[in-house]
Ligand binder design. Structure first.
Ligand SMILES: C[S@@+](CC[C@H](N)C(=O)[O-])C[C@H]1O[C@@H](n2cnc3c(N)ncnc32)[C@H](O)[C@@H]1O
Length: 215
């Protein structure tokens, strides 16, 4: 079944077995549109339907996307996105000014459960919800330009503290740039950048995760 999603008056095609753009998509897209400028080379990991890359292409110098899901790759191409099939950064050998990722961030529902299909892989972040994110973070700086920026979605249902701790190891400045609250979950958009601000990093305490102290 083919779905149609609308953003800024434009129609986006969403194929079966591909993540339907949702609140996480739109909150990340809004923040990325604020960060990206016309000289930027942008990478989107896990593009799904390609909606984020499609709209970032209107602002950036260049946008490349990846996705592990072959249906998503086909879908993103329908939406005119330059996309490659692969795990995280597979087949990329260059640096980007901005990298964006709306990752699988929810904890696996049943212990020992393996993601069964492509839609599971879109949301299932392993037992603590951060398996894909931590693997991504362990590689991301290899693909960022010197003053590069990372925008990533994270959920209060996952081990957010570990994500922020890892990001503060990698980046000189880490901010929560957007927060979206739902009844059972809060979504965050985290921005990592190389601008030095050591006191923000060292003042992290045990309550930061649900606060907006990085603002
Ligand atoms: C939450 S969906 C987001 C899709 C789209 N960016 C959006 O915001 O609507 C996560 C996407 O990441 C892709 N993905 C999951 N694991 C991946 C990996 N290891 N490497 C690349 N893409 C991955 C999934 O196939 C899915 O398309």
């Amino acid at each position: 079944m083919v779905e149609r999603v609308y953003y800024n008056g434009e129609e986006i095609t969403v194929l079966s077995n591909v993540y339907t753009p949702s609140d996480d998509t739109f909150v990340l897209l809004e923040e990325a549109l604020k960060v990206v400028c016309d000289t930027d080379y942008v990478l989107e990991v896990g593009t799904g339907s390609g909606i984020i890359s499609k709209f970032l292409s209107k602002k950036a110098k260049s946008v490349i996307a990846t996705d592990i899901n072959p249906y998503a790759v086909k879908n993103a191409r329908i939406n005119a996105v330059n996309v490659r099939t692969g795990h995280l950064f597979a087949n990329l050998a260059c640096n980007f000014d901005v990298i964006v990722f709306n990752p699988p961030y929810l904890p696996t529902l049943t212990e020992g459960h393996e993601p069964k299909d492509w839609l599971n892989k879109a949301w299932d972040g392993g037992p603590t919800g951060i398996e894909v994110i931590m693997e991504f973070l362990s590689q991301v700086t290899n693909y960022l330009a010197e003053a590069g920026k990372l925008l990533i979605v994270a959920s209060s249902l996952s081990d957010l503290r570990k994500i922020i701790t890892k990001m503060t190891d990698l980046f000189e400045e880490v901010h929560i740039v957007a927060t979206k609250k739902f009844q059972f979950e809060t979504l965050y958009v985290l921005l990592g950048s190389k601008k030095y601000k050591k006191e923000d990093i060292t003042s992290v305490d045990n309550t930061l995760v649900s606060s907006e102290r990085f603002k």
